[in-house]
Design a protein around this ligand. Structure first.
Ligand code: UD1
Ligand code: MG
Length: 452
């Protein structure tokens, strides 16, 4: 039964010149994580037991990202066959099925890989299964030369005859190969071709020459999209977003204008969540059931519990935790703070490094002053407290349960439970003063005019 084992080799040695970046191409994110991480998550879902990532020189950042999976460095970029050969030591003695994948082709579905593995394991057990597709523009893709159901060869566009160029079925690059034969076939690949490279695609004709069979499984173009430029990165992002929105809706969320909602690979959204237009979910967001998110909100690394109402224009930054039924209104920013159940923070407020107790009401324009330019300090607001509008709570400070802070206060000392704290200039009133003032000023002005 050793034949049911699966390994994956991910090619990621390309510098990605056309993406014009200091960051290796496969590190560019879609849906909030690097392309290569998407691909590896897919590989994990098919339970590959060994995965090797082939990287270029100076790509430590890729090694760190894919760890603990091993990486091997392809020092010279001599072609796709040469790249796969770099994984030989890591796959020593492996005789299961080997998937070859491209790190810059991140959208492939696990089901597609399962179909390839199934084809490999079905009689006549083809030595090589190639994932083919029919792109709208076949352009530079390798063409799959078929004879009935059997794949005879892959011809690179540069080497193809006019007749072969007319073949609509193309090589996506993804292959599933008999691990017992892979490296033997690769050893025989030469580089006498238009690009002077060692083409992985040559293993098909070599396998056929040995009397082995090769087969094709077809995939959809949108999952086989390769990213070579920022424009293609944006297209891949679009495909991924469409999938994520669809999944959110399938799970029971209403998206009024789905095309304006941006999700991350790990966004978790409960049932009966209503999401208005132009909402962005950065990585690490969990939304409970029955939450209403009005338009133009921005969330990252935060949690929202059942029945909360957010926005429009609410911003939840890392470490924000909004409790059940709490309200977070327009132009409110919450960072590293717990807003307990039923609390209301409805307008123009910054809550950072804080706790807002259950049922507390935070008036418009309240600011937790959490930073002195060097360190961060905590503000603790008790349950049922009422903070009057335009108050500054200078941390570290504690407002007791049920306390009331008068509007416009600058609170620098702790406030006891159920106490009133007012920290602002006293109001003075003088009856009729305005009338006297106007008379005096009018007279003064008239006098000046006469003198001029
Ligand atoms: C390759 C296929 C072509 C297929 C196309 C699909 C070959 C010879 N051709 O062509 O049939 O239609 O992909 O996109 O395989 N890489 C390395 N090291 C190398 C060379 C490449 O790691 O030495 C990696 C690249 O980073 C990339 C992938 O392999 O992720 C494909 O290489 P690329 O040069 O883009 O191959 P294509 O010419 O597009
Ligand atoms: Mg390419």
């Amino acid at each position: 039964m050793s034949k049911s084992k699966t390994a994956a080799i991910v090619l990621a040695a390309g510098m990605g010149t056309r993406i014009k970046s200091a960051l290796p191409k496969v590190m560019h994110p879609i849906g909030g994580r690097p392309m290569v991480s998407h691909l590896l998550a897919t590989v994990d879902r098919i339970a590959a037991e060994r995965t090797v990532v082939v990287i270029g020189p100076d790509m430590d950042i890729v090694s760190r990202t894919v760890a603990p999976r091993p990486t091997v460095v392809q020092a010279d970029r001599l072609g796709t066959a040469h790249a796969v050969l770099q994984a030989r030591r890591e796959l020593e003695g492996f005789d299961g099925d080997v998937l070859v994948l491209y790190g810059d082709t991140p959208l492939i579905a696990p089901e597609t890989l399962e179909r390839m593995l199934a084809a490999r394991r079905t009689a006549p057990q083809p030595a090589v299964v190639v994932l083919g597709f029919r792109p709208a523009q076949p352009g530079a893709y390798g063409r799959l030369v078929m004879q009935g159901d059997s794949l005879e060869a892959i011809v690179e566009a540069k080497e193809a005859t006019a007749e072969q160029l007319a073949i609509p079925l193309c090589n996506s690059g993804v292959m599933c190969i008999d691990g017992a034969r892979l490296f033997g076939l690769l050893d025989r690949v030469g580089n006498d071709n238009a690009k002077g490279e060692f083409y992985l695609t040559d293993i098909v004709a070599l396998a056929r020459a040995d009397g082995l069979t090769c087969a094709v499984v077809e995939g959809a173009e949108d999952e086989l999209l390769g990213v070579n430029s920022r424009a293609e990165l944006a297209v891949a992002e679009g495909v991924l977003q469409a999938r994520l929105r669809r999944a959110a809706m399938d799970n029971g969320a209403t998206l009024t204008a789905p095309e304006t909602v941006f999700l991350s690979h790990d966004t978790r959204i409960g049932r009966d969540v209503r999401i208005g237009p132009f909402v962005t979910f950065g990585p690490g967001v969990t939304i409970g059931d029955d939450v209403e998110i009005k338009g133009f909100c921005h969330f990252e690394d935060c949690t929202v519990d059942t029945g909360a109402i957010l926005g429009p224009y609410a911003r939840l930054r890392p470490g924000a935790a909004v409790g059940e039924g709490a309200h977070i209104g327009n132009f409110v920013e919450i960072k590293k703070a717990v807003v307990e159940p039923g609390a209301k923070v409805n307008h123009l407020t910054y809550i950072g490094d804080a706790r807002v107790g259950a049922g507390a009401n935070i008036g418009a324009g309240t600011i937790t002053c959490n930073y002195d330019g060097f360190m961060k300090y905590h503000t603790d607001i008790g349950a049922g407290a009422f903070i009057g509008s335009n108050s500054a709570l200078v941390a570290p400070v504690r407002i007791g349960d049920g306390a009331i802070v008068g509007a416009g206060s600058v609170v620098t000392h702790d406030v006891e439970s159920n106490a009133l704290a007012v920290a602002r200039g006293e109001q003075i009133s003088r009856g009729g003063w305005a009338i006297r003032f106007r008379e005096r000023m009018a007279a003064l002005k008239a006098q000046r005019k006469k003198e001029a």
